[in-house]
Design a protein around this ligand. Structure first.
Ligand SMILES: CC(C)(COP(=O)(O)OP(=O)(O)OC[C@H]1O[C@@H](n2cnc3c(N)ncnc32)[C@H](O)[C@@H]1OP(=O)(O)O)[C@@H](O)C(=O)NCCC(=O)NCCS
Length: 328
C-alpha cells in the first residue's frame, strides 16, 4: 500500500488531507503556528497580509493539512510572475527565486515527518511550476512572516538541510527598551553634526509629496517603493524625513502598536550616508515613540551595525536557506 496517494492537486496521507488554505482556517493555522514555533506570535492581520492578501498569492502555494476538523499542518509558498510580480517589488536578481514563507506540522500529529515532507514537496512543485529554478526560505521582500528561520528552531534548520537546502545567510531583528532611554553623548554629537550640515528632521506632510517622489526616484528601492506606492503611503505608518536645502535626502517610518513599536524601513540617499542623518532619523523616531508610550521598539530584518551604535541590541537571528530545484 502506498504511503500517500496523489490525486490531482490533492495529496492524501494515511490520515491527513492536504487542500488549499481557506480564510476560515486562519484561526487554527495561527494556533498551530504558535504551537510549532513558540518564539513567534503572529497577529492575524499580519498573517492574512502575508498569505491571502499578498498580491503574489496563488492558492496552489498555500495549503493546509487537515485531519478531521484539526489543522495539523500548513505551508505558504510564493513565486513572483515575471520580474516584478503582482506586488511590483521584484528585482532582476530575484527573478529565478520562489520562496517558502512558512511550513509546519504539529509535533503531536501521528506522522509529522511524512506530512512535512509532503507539504515541502508540494511547495517545491508549485514553485517549479511557476518557472523558478531556485527556492529560498526567507529573504522574501514582499509581505513576509519572518525574514528566515529563527536560529533557535534547530529541528527546522535540520529539516531543511536534510532536504537539500544550504544555510546561506543570516538576518537579524534588533530592539531597544525605551523605559530609561535618554539620548546618549553619541546622539548629541550626531545632532550637532547634522545641524551643521543644515539637515532638518521633520514629520512628513502631504504637501511634501512632489519632493518625496523625487527622493524615491533617486533612492531606487523598488521593494519599499513599488510603482503606485503613493496610494498607501499615508496609511502605512508615521513618516519622518530629513530635509537639506528643500530636498528630501532621508526618510524613516515607524509604527506604534500598543506598548511595542516597530521601526523601519529607513533610507538615506547614497551620497549623504555616514554623516549621522540615519541616526538623527532613528533618534527622532525613538523620542516620538517614547512620548507615545512605547516601552520597546523592534526593527525587523535590520542592518544591525547601524542600530547597535544607537544602543539597540540583537533580539532575534534568522537563518536563510537556499536550494536549486532539479530540472526534471
Ligand atoms: C542604514 C542607513 C539608513 C544608515 O544611514 P546613515 O545616514 O549612513 O547612518 P549614520 O551616518 O547615522 O551611521 C551611523 C553609524 O551606523 C553604522 N553604519 C551605518 N551604515 C552602516 C553600514 N552600511 N554598515 C555598517 N555600519 C553602518 C556606522 O557605525 C555609522 O557610524 P560611523 O559612520 O561613525 O562609523 C543607510 O546606510 C541606508 O540608507 N542604507 C540603505 C537602506 C537600508 O539598508 N536601510 C536599513 C534597513 S534596516
Amino acid at each position: 500500500m502506498p504511503r500517500y496517494l496523489v490525486i490531482s492537486t490533492e495529496i492524501i496521507t494515511m490520515n491527513a488531507k492536504i487542500r488549499a488554505l481557506e480564510k476560515s482556517d486562519i484561526g487554527k493555522v495561527l494556533s498551530g503556528w504558535k504551537a510549532a514555533f513558540p518564539f513567534d506570535d503572529i497577529p492575524r492581520e499580519r498573517f492574512e497580509n502575508a498569505t491571502l492578501n499578498d498580491p503574489n498569492y496563488v492558492a496552489d502555494g498555500h495549503l493546509v493539512a487537515v485531519h478531521g476538523k484539526r489543522v495539523v499542518g500548513f505551508v505558504s509558498a510564493v513565486a513572483r510572475r515575471g520580474v516584478l510580480g503582482q506586488d511590483g517589488k521584484g528585482t532582476p536578481a530575484e527573478k529565478e527565486y520562489g520562496y517558502i514563507k512558512g511550513l509546519f506540522v504539529l509535533r503531536n500529529y501521528s506522522e509529522p515527518i511524512i506530512l512535512k515532507q509532503a507539504l515541502l514537496k508540494h511547495a517545491l512543485t508549485f514553485i517549479k511550476s511557476e518557472g523558478k529554478s531556485l527556492v529560498k526560505v526567507g529573504h522574501y521582500t514582499g509581505s513576509f512572516l519572518n525574514p528566515g528561520i529563527d536560529v533557535r528552531y534547530t529541528n527546522e534548520r535540520q529539516f531543511y538541510r536534510r532536504h537539500g537546502f544550504d544555510e546561506v545567510d543570516y538576518e537579524e531583528d534588533v530592539s531597544i527598551n525605551l523605559t530609561n532611554f535618554t539620548p546618549s553623548s553619541y546622539h548629541i554629537a550626531v545632532q550637532q553634526r547634522v545641524a551643521e550640515l543644515r539637515v532638518q528632521i521633520q514629520p512628513y506632510q502631504d504637501d511634501f509629496l512632489a519632493e518625496m517622489k523625487r527622493f524615491v526616484k533617486r533612492l531606487q528601492y523598488i521593494s519599499w517603493f513599488p510603482s503606485g506606492w503613493e496610494k498607501d503611503f499615508p496609511y502605512q505608518g508615521t513618516h519622518l524625513v530629513a530635509i537639506k536645502d528643500g530636498e528630501i535626502i532621508g526618510w524613516a517610518m515607524y509604527n506604534p502598536v500598543f506598548y511595542e513599536g516597530f521601526f523601519g524601513p529607513i533610507a538615506v540617499l547614497q551620497e549623504f550616508r555616514r554623516n549621522g542623518i540615519g541616526t538623527a532619523l532613528l533618534l527622532e523616531s525613538m523620542i516620538m515613540m517614547k512620548m507615545e508610550g512605547m516601552s520597546t521598539i523592534t526593527a525587523g530584518w535590520a542592518d544591525a551595525p547601524f542600530y547597535l551604535k544607537s544602543g539597540w541590541a540583537t533580539s532575534r537571528r534568522y537563518a536563510i536557506f537556499k536550494k536549486r530545484l532539479s530540472k526534471n
